[in-house]
Write a protein that binds this ligand. Structure first.
Ligand SMILES: Nc1ncnc2c1ncn2[C@@H]1O[C@H](COP(=O)(O)OP(=O)(O)OP(=O)(O)O)[C@@H](O)[C@H]1O
Length: 322
């Protein structure tokens, strides 16, 4: 595995605001690496520093062996940037916008047009390509912005909240396009505040809160942080509130919770042996209709590790005036 991005002790200060507070991480070639965090965590500031849109206060950024602070122009020729607001021209049509971006990368006219047509087709925007950008829906705008970001076949693509505020179907298409790009070998850095999105498409996720990375890992590695308890939910033929202490006395390592009628949770630090519990309940005249293991979700892990309620992430974005 090769590190294609390496960030060390990166900070960004705006006056008194410390937006990014000494973060270090690396991205492996070919992976989808995600920053998951609430509004104001420092995601955009970080992506802007990595792509040369903002100057770091301190720290180091190496991209594909180059110093991304000193040699940003060289770096920019091998990266694609999709900022969180659309950066295309309202009056130009889709095709013209694509060709214009390609020209900025110094592509020849015939190559620009070939690539623009190819991407419009791949992104299902062929007929929209003939209409001015301002007539597009939000989802179409996002798609064209992404298409423009990869016009020069970048090695690494930086996407800032690519699915925020757009319709479900466009968001699904965009996630699929990101996975297709990965298949073609593109390395991808994505920021998001959607847990499910990070979980579904990222190879590794960094939780970022208050300008700091609090945890990094694959979904599987992150999950291990919540798996210090085993939980089994039982569906029962009757209420067993009165049996709670009896069960706990009989099964010393188990805690019992009765969240609702006709069900209970068995909670233990160790794997729970179910058959003695079932026999015990049977002897008390309680039938067990269903037993299922309750697995923690990535959301549980996020809440546990960051101390931030998942609702903070789900809050709909109030767009900053930039
Ligand atoms: N140009 C700026 N001047 C002053 N403060 C800024 C500026 N840009 C960002 N900040 C502040 O820095 C912090 C981090 O912002 P940043 O945009 O990086 O977070 P984010 O995780 O991308 O959040 P969002 O999802 O809302 O964009 C916030 O407190 C924000 O208000």
């Amino acid at each position: 595995m090769m590190e294609i991005v390496k960030v060390t002790d990166l900070t960004k200060r705006y006056g008194n605001v410390e937006a990014v507070r000494g973060i270090s991480f690396s991205i492996q070639q070919g992976e989808i690496f995600g920053f998951l965090g609430p509004n104001g965590a420092g995601k955009t500031s970080t992506i802007n520093m990595l792509t040369g849109l903002a100057r770091p206060t301190s720290g180091r950024i190496i991209i594909d062996g180059m110093d991304a602070i000193k040699d940003i122009k060289k770096v920019q020729s091998i990266i694609g940037i999709v900022p969180d607001d659309n950066n295309l021209y309202d009056e130009m049509d889709g095709f013209e916008n694509m060709c214009f971006c390609a020209a900025l990368y110094g592509m020849r006219k015939s190559e620009r047009e070939r690539r623009a047509r190819e991407l419009l087709k791949q992104f299902n925007l062929v007929s929209a390509g003939k209409r001015p950008f301002k007539t597009y829906s939000k989802g179409m705008k996002r798609k064209l912005t992404i298409a423009a970001g990869i016009i020069h076949n970048p090695k690494i693509l930086f996407l800032d909240e690519p699915t925020t505020g757009i319709d479900v179907e466009s968001a699904r298409q965009i996630r699929q396009l990101i996975l297709d790009l990965k298949k073609q070998g593109t390395t991808i850095f994505i920021t998001t505040h959607y847990i499910e999105e990070a979980e579904r498409i990222c190879d590794r996720i960094a939780f970022i809160v208050n300008g700091k990375i609090v945890k990094t890992g694959t979904v599987e590695q992150l999950m291990q942080h919540a798996q210090d308890e085993h939980i089994i939910e039982l569906k029962l033929s009757r209420d067993i509130k009165n049996l709670k202490t009896k069960i706990e006395d009989n099964f010393k390592n188990c805690r019992v919770e009765v969240p609702g009628e006709n069900s209970c949770l068995l909670i233990s630090k160790e794997p729970i042996k179910l058959s003695p519990v079932l026999q015990f309940l049977d002897a008390k005249g309680v039938s067990v209709y269903e037993a299922k293991a309750i697995k923690p979700t990535l959301e549980d892990v996020f809440v546990k590790v960051t101390g931030i309620q998942a609702a903070e992430l789900k809050k709909d974005e109030v767009k900053k005036q930039k």
